[in-house]
Design a protein. Structure first.
Length: 314
């Protein structure tokens, strides 16, 4: 006999939601965090939070971000959810997906979309078809660093050229400094990233959203490092922390920073500090080997695992 599942919408408070996130058996995506949902709501999105229970015990949560399109269609996306608190069999996963799809509190006409945190081709993806879902958007690719390894293992996993560049920069005196967590004192990094984003053409949170995220999540859930050259920043990195996972949000280098290998030094220190704080995974974000090949090579060179998620379904 199958599991007895039920679903409840928008019943979890902040503390309970965040406590459950700590139980996630896989990396917790930024888009499934409580602070990201509150940030999206402040910016005008409809945020729907589901909790799935098996015999009245929570086994998963799933956060949707919604909006109206063309004045009538209500679209809601669960990006990299559900978040599972235990390994479930395919029958249970299928039931959960059906509940999410059919019970979502959106008026018709509606289009609920689910982008699971499941690898492309993994056994779990068969449940999507069993639940009556069809693929709408092709797989998403990211790089995930497992910070549960010791430092020697992290170093050994790096690409040889990446690691050599790190060591050369360290020998040449390049160091990582803590960046201020006061918004007015890290706006320079947000501005540099926005300029870089326009030049390369990738998509990221706008500067106002980052400041809002920090205000909701708390100061300690932002980590900023920088390197200096002749009294000016030569490189900077920023990570957003959510539960036991962190997301590499910004990486910027000036021409001097690129020459000196400052970005490698900052990334290594970022790994070390996150690890020391008990963070289990660092999500380096999407990889695009066509339009942003240099960024993709840098991320892959860290030694992280390229993960191809199964795509978005409706």
């Amino acid at each position: 006999m199958g599991a007895s599942l039920r679903i409840a919408w928008n019943t979890l408070g902040k503390d309970e939601y965040m406590s459950l996130c700590q139980q996630a058996v896989h990396p917790l995506a930024l888009q499934q965090s409580y602070a990201y949902g509150e940030m999206a709501a402040h910016l005008g999105a409809l945020v729907l939070r589901a909790c799935i229970y098996e015999n009245d015990v929570p086994i998963a949560i799933c956060q949707f971000h919604g909006k109206s399109m063309w004045g009538c269609l209500r679209l809601a996306l669960a990006m990299r959810g559900p978040v599972w608190f235990k390994t479930v069999d395919n029958e249970t996963a299928t039931q959960a997906l059906r509940l999410l799809r059919h019970d979502i509190p959106l008026k018709a006409p509606r289009l609920p979309l689910i982008m699971p945190e499941w690898a492309e081709g993994s056994p779990e993806t068969t449940t999507l078809k069993d639940a009556g879902l069809r693929q709408l958007i092709t797989p998403y690719h990211t790089v995930m660093l497992d910070l549960q390894q010791d430092e020697d293992a992290l170093l050994a996993a790096m690409d040889g050229k990446w690691r050599n560049r790190l060591r050369a920069a360290e020998r040449n005196g390049v160091t990582a400094l803590q960046g201020s967590l006061k918004p007015e004192q890290y706006l320079w990094l947000l501005a540099k990233e926005a300029q870089q984003r326009r030049a390369i053409g990738y998509v990221a949170l706008n500067p106002e959203a980052v400041v809002l995220y920090q205000a909701i999540a708390g100061k300690k859930n932002l980590l900023i490092l920088k390197s200096m050259h002749e009294n000016s920043p030569s490189a900077g990195v920023m990570a957003l922390i959510h539960g036991h996972t962190a997301t590499y949000h910004i990486g910027w280098s000036s021409e001097e920073g690129k020459k000196s290998g400052a970005h490698n030094v900052l990334m290594w220190e970022l790994m070390r500090q996150l690890k020391a704080r008990g963070i289990k995974w660092l999500d380096l974000g999407g990889v695009n080997t066509e339009d942003a090949a240099g960024i993709a090579r840098f991320k892959i060179g860290t030694g992280g695992k390229v993960v191809s998620l199964c795509g978005t379904y409706w």
